[in-house]
Write a new protein. Sequence first.
Lengths: 102, 176
Amino acid sequence: MNLHPTTAGLLLAGILFVLGLISVLIRRNIIFMLLSVEIMLNAAGLAFVVAASHWGQADGQVMFMFILAMAAAEVSVGLALILQLYHQLRTLDSDEASRMNG
Amino acid sequence: MDIAFIVAALIAVAATVRVVTCYNIMHALLYLVVSLLAVSVVLYTYGAPFMAVLEIIIYAGAIMVLIIFFVMMLNLGLETAEHEKAWLRPRIWIVPGLFCIVLLGELLYLILQNKQPAAGIQVVPPKQVGMALFGPYLIAVELTGILLMAGIVGAYHLGRQHKKTLHRFLENNLNT
C-alpha cells in the first residue's frame, strides 16, 4: 500500500465525511445529527489542509480557519434551537418536529 | 506514507465509527473528542502545526465543552445522579484512554524525532497563513467576524426563555 500522501489524506477526509453523512441520515436524536454535521465539517477542513500541503499555498489553511469559525457559530445557534425544541416538545426526537406544519 | 499518518488515520476512523454506532450521547462525545485529536495529529503530519493546535483548542476544546454542558443541562431531574453514575463507569474510559495514549506517544515521537515531512508534502508555515489572512482575505475575515456576531445574537434570541410578565395575583385574576 504505497499511496501518495495527498491521495491518502483525501481518502481519509472522504471516509470521515461519508461516516458523518450516514450518521445524519440514520439517526433520529437531534443532538447526534448536530454531532454528525460537525464530523462532516471537520472532514471538509481536513481536505482543505491536505490540498494546501499539496500545492504549498496558504489558502487551504485560511479556509480551514473560516470553517472553524463557521462551525462555532453553527453549534451555538443549533444548540439554542435544540433547547427551544426540547422545551416545546419535551423530546429530542427529530420526527416529533415534523408535525410543526407552518 | 508515514506510519504516524496511518496510525492516526486508523484511530480517527475507528473513533468516528464508534460515534456513529453509539447510543449513549456521553460515550459518543468521548469518542468524538478522540476522533478530533486524531485528526489533529493528521493535520500535524501534513505540515500544518498551527491548524492542529487550532483544531484542539476550538473543536475539541470549545465546541465539545459547549455540547457537553448542553447535554448535562438538559438532564436536570431526579435521575441525574444515576445518569452520572452510568456515564462515569470506568469501563467506558478504557478504549478512549488507550486511543489517547497512542496519540500522545505518536505526537511525542513526531516532535522529538523532528524529521522532514514525507515526499509530496509541503510545509506551510503559520507566517504565510497570517500574511494571506490579513492580505487578500481581509474582507473574508471581516465577514467571519460578522458571522460570529450573528451567531451570538441568534443564540441569545433563540435560547431566551419566555419570562412571566404578570404577577401571580394578576394572573389568577385573569384566569378567573
